[in-house]
Ligand binder design. Structure first.
Ligand code: AMP
Ligand code: MG
Length: 364
């Protein structure tokens, strides 16, 4: 009896396997399709997710989950608004001088990463420059709200604030996950790195849920594995910082072909206001305390979006010479500088990504 049952079971199994073999591979599941969606209410910028899923419902789920993560990061890194029950940056800036404040791990991770760069001597991007940056923020907001009355911040106010920008006065305790300000007037602004950090932080989720994707947070793009349409890379546009001067209408100055890499641009055209006919943008040179005039845009390509975001701001305030020296000394990092005189400079390995250099035979 036992034997009979066993042979019957084997027969059914064989039938099942034969039936499965007749179903052409792939027919059992719908093929991957590319979808894309855009949000405008997070990180004060345009966020686009493009990626492949088998159904539109799968894509919607992945998109909503990604946005939920980004929304949380946006609140944590927000220096200008408080949220009930969240020790975010705004809360830290108001209370960390009173005593150590326990903060979410995302914020701790970002501040300590920036502090490591500071300790290495990379000081063009200083997130402890909040005291200076908030003055510019206030004057820019007022100037945008009422352009006729737009004013520059008084140099004395900027100078006084710059006395409270020493990152060494930001004391971190990794065990307790706290931050303490040894200078009561110091504040943090993580605008230079938050989007890059957020892009890196959603990667594990995206990689698990899509075979190929591209995510863009304003000037921060991360391109995952190659698209499933046969192309070897994703094509990402490098914006033209002066479209009007270059014939108008043309949005991109160049294209980079990448996968499993990030491309991040800092530019003087992203956020600015006008005083007496002159543009004043949002990237402040720690030396002059004024918007840096050395570059009009800097683009970085590397694996880490956090590093790329940090470096794009850093190179924006460094001279071309110092920036080149820095980038050529780093493995796996390439840069493209656009200077105010309209010229461009690329780091030595940029030719493998930048379309204009590849077309010119400059690929390396
Ligand atoms: P990004 O577009 O990545 O270059 O970042 C610009 C933002 O970083 C600004 O809106 C400020 O919030 C902040 N920021 C500007 N200049 C600096 C600086 N020198 N160091 C650190 N953060 C800065
Ligand atoms: Mg940046």
């Amino acid at each position: 009896m036992k034997l009979k049952f066993k042979s019957f079971f084997c027969f059914v199994l064989a039938l099942l396997l034969a039936a499965l073999a007749l179903v052409p591979a792939g027919l059992s599941e719908p093929p991957y399709t590319k979808y894309s969606r855009r949000a405008l209410d997070i990180f004060n910028t345009e966020i686009t997710l493009m990626g492949y899923t088998r159904t539109e419902a799968d894509f919607s789920q992945a998109y909503e989950d990604t946005l939920a993560l980004l929304r949380r990061f946006d609140q944590i890194f927000d220096a200008y608004n408080g949220y009930e029950g969240l020790n975010n940056l705004y809360y830290v800036n108001r209370h960390a001088a009173e005593g150590p404040v326990e903060i979410p791990e995302e914020l701790f991770s970002l501040i300590s990463w920036c502090k490591e760069q500071w300790d290495k001597g990379l000081r063009g991007t200083n997130i402890a420059m909040g005291a200076v940056l908030s003055i510019w923020h206030e004057y820019r907001e007022a100037g945008l709200a009422d352009p006729e009355k737009a004013q520059l911040p008084p140099a004395e106010a900027l100078l006084a604030a710059s006395a409270h920008t020493d990152f060494d006065n930001v004391i971190l305790d990794a065990e307790k996950q706290t931050v303490f300000f040894a200078d009561p007037q110091i504040t943090l602004d993580v605008g230079a790195v938050a989007k890059g950090w957020a892009a890196d932080a959603v990667l594990p989720y995206l990689k698990e849920h899509m075979p190929s994707f591209l995510i863009s947070l304003g000037g921060n793009v991360y391109a995952g594995d190659p698209p499933l349409d046969g192309r070897a890379n994703w094509a990402v546009g490098v914006e033209d910082p002066r479209p009007d001067e270059n014939g108008g209408g043309l949005m991109y100055r160049d294209i980079v072909d990448i996968h499993d890499l990030t491309v991040v641009t800092s530019g003087d055209y992203w956020r600015y206001y006008v005083v007496d006919g002159q543009r004043y943008h949002h990237i402040i040179d720690p030396e002059t305390l004024f918007p840096s005039t050395k570059m009009i845009s800097v683009t970085i390509i590397c694996e880490s979006s956090t590093l790329a975001d940090f470096l794009s701001t850093t190179l924006f305030v460094l001279s071309l010479e110092d920036g080149l020296k820095l980038i050529e000394g780093m493995d796996g990092v390439e840069a493209l500088w656009m200077l105010p005189d309209g010229t461009e400079q690329a780091s030595s390995g940029m030719g493998q990504y930048l379309r204009s250099l590849k077309n010119a035979g400059g690929a390396q």
